[in-house]
Ligand binder design. Structure first.
Ligand code: NAD
Length: 478
């Protein structure tokens, strides 16, 4: 496999550079991609290019903008398998997961490409005679997009597509660990005919490139997905200069298993949500709350499921779980497991020393709500199992969290499911389904420290963040 030099893209010009070397997490000898460690001057040039291109892009009819997104979807479809394999080599997830993620990026481009025929305003009655009132959606201008490594093609797609269809121009800063996946998406958009300067990509560190983008007063809006620590800092910085900001951050998502649930099925759901994607999903089921009648059987069933998720190279047939993304992430996860055991947790599955970045799925039981592993995001294949007296107690435990992204429940009772859905303070509720996995036409976002909780991403409402509403009173005489 060859190493790819990933360039910056500024005003339609590509420029390669050194600085970030990405090795395959399943095979550390393989250098997958090299990307530039850009400085603040690259951000400045990219924002200038985006500002110059913005009026022309906004003047293009929305269906014409959409046509470019639809063409980009077709181009990416032509590279589906190559992009999926590169995603596995770069990020580590399994080929099945990667194919699904690239498919998601294609479908997101299609969805928002078609929105070009639909986005518009309202026509409203006026109190005045011979007057019509309508609203227009105006683009916010230049937007900065900052994305994480865990969905390295889908997340850039679900930010870029609504931004572009809304008439904005973009500066994208992909995650340092995953420049190649972002490149597959942006190359498809360029090949589809996006005019120079409409999409600019600047690679580099969060501290240099990310900070410069967040602080540039010409960047009217910043959309960020990543950790809570970084997201809150970005939110404050953009609000200080009165920019528009959307941050989607971490979670400590709970799956509740009630006494009436099918235990085997609940264990499969918990494993898919907790160990699928190597647990490196913002909506991962990282805690399970069981009522007393199922607790012990559930722990045993989940430990059995964990044995199926033996980590391996995502490109190999039959691999259900890939490696952890990096040494740094592995160190964070193993430190969290060590802390949990020091606080008295029992290791019901896993616990072996990792081989390279291959970490066995881990089930922790015997924890209380006060333990760190029950409260803080671990972002790895680790599930903490807790006990609750009944449904009300379980709901209290779900809500006793700084986060509020996703929550699930396994039950045969429609009444319990409905009560749960109404009572939990989270952005996404799943009943008898894993907490991970979202439909692209459905609004997505969290509450609490999981999200700025102002605008939602995904679905048609995603365009709201990238546009503002203007009211026009149109009068005539006679
Ligand atoms: P991260 O916060 O470390 O980095 C995310 C992005 O921010 C990267 O591009 C990084 O370079 C950039 N960045 C870092 N410091 C910055 C700064 N000071 N200024 C500007 N930009 C900066 O997150 P990560 O490790 O890449 O991703 C994992 C996290 O993302 C987890 O917490 C996960 O829950 C979260 N996540 C949330 C969602 C969601 O939709 N809620 C989806 C996926 C991932």
């Amino acid at each position: 496999m060859s190493t790819v030099q990933i360039p910056n893209l500024i005003a339609g010009e590509e420029a390669v550079g050194d600085g970030f070397e990405r090795y395959n997490p399943a095979d550390p000898a393989e250098l997958v991609a090299v990307a530039p460690a850009s400085g603040a001057e690259a951000v400045d040039a990219a924002v200038t290019a985006a500002a110059e291109a913005q009026p022309g892009w906004a003047a293009l009819p929305a269906p014409a903008r959409g046509a470019i997104l639809l063409d980009a979807a077709e181009i990416l479809r032509g590279h589906h398998e190559e992009a999926a394999r590169d995603l596995v080599r770069e990020e580590g997830k399994t080929l099945t997961e990667a194919r699904g993620e690239v498919r998601r990026a294609i479908d997101v481009l299609r969805f928002f490409g078609s929105e070009g025929w639909r986005i518009g305003g309202q026509v409203l009655p006026s109190s005045l005679p011979d007057t019509m009132v309508h609203t227009r959606r105006e683009p916010v201008g230049v937007v900065g997009l900052i994305t994480p490594w865990n969905f390295p093609i889908a997340i850039p797609a679900w930010k870029l597509a609504p931004a572009l269809i809304g008439g904005n121009t973009v500066v994208l800063k992909p995650a340092e660990l995953t420049p190649l996946s972002a490149r597959h998406l942006t190359e498809a958009l360029v090949q589809a005919g996006l005019p120079a300067g409409v999409l600019n990509v600047v690679h580099g560190s969060g501290a240099v490139v990310g900070e410069a983008l967040v602080r540039d007063p010409r960047v009217a809006a910043v959309s960020f997905t990543g950790s809570t620590q970084v997201g809150m800092r970005i939110e404050r910085a953009v609000q200080e200069r009165r920019g528009r900001v959307q941050v989607e951050m971490g979670g400590k998502n709970a799956l509740v298993v009630l006494d009436d649930a099918d235990v085997e099925q609940a264990a499969r759901i918990a494993a898919a949500g907790g160990f699928g994607l190597t647990g490196q999903a913002c909506t991962a089921s990282s805690r399970v709350i069981c009522t007393p009648g199922v607790h012990d059987d559930f722990v045993a069933a989940l430990a059995k499921e964990a044995a199926r998720y033996r980590p391996g190279n995502g490109l190999a047939d039959g691999t259900l779980m890939g490696p952890v993304v990096s040494e740094q992430q592995l160190a964070t996860i193993t430190a969290a497991i060590d802390q949990a055991t020091a606080e008295g947790a029992t290791v019901a599955a896993g616990g072996e020393a990792p081989k390279g970045l291959m970490l066995a799925p881990t089930v922790l039981s015997g924890l209380s709500q006060e333990n760190t592993a029950a409260r803080e995001e671990i972002f790895g294949p680790v599930v903490a199992v807790l006990s609750a007296a009944d449904l009300d107690d379980a709901i209290n435990l779900v809500n006793d969290s700084r986060y509020g992204l996703a929550a699930g429940i396994c039950t045969r009772s429609l009444a319990a499911a409905q009560r749960f859905a109404a009572a939990v303070r989270v952005g996404v509720v799943k009943v008898n389904r894993p907490t991970t996995g979202l439909d692209l036409n459905v609004p997505f976002g969290g509450v609490g420290d999981s999200s700025s909780n102002t605008f939602r991403e995904q679905g048609a409402v995603a365009v709201d963040f990238y546009t503002w509403s203007k009211s026009v009173y149109l009068g005539w005489e006679g």
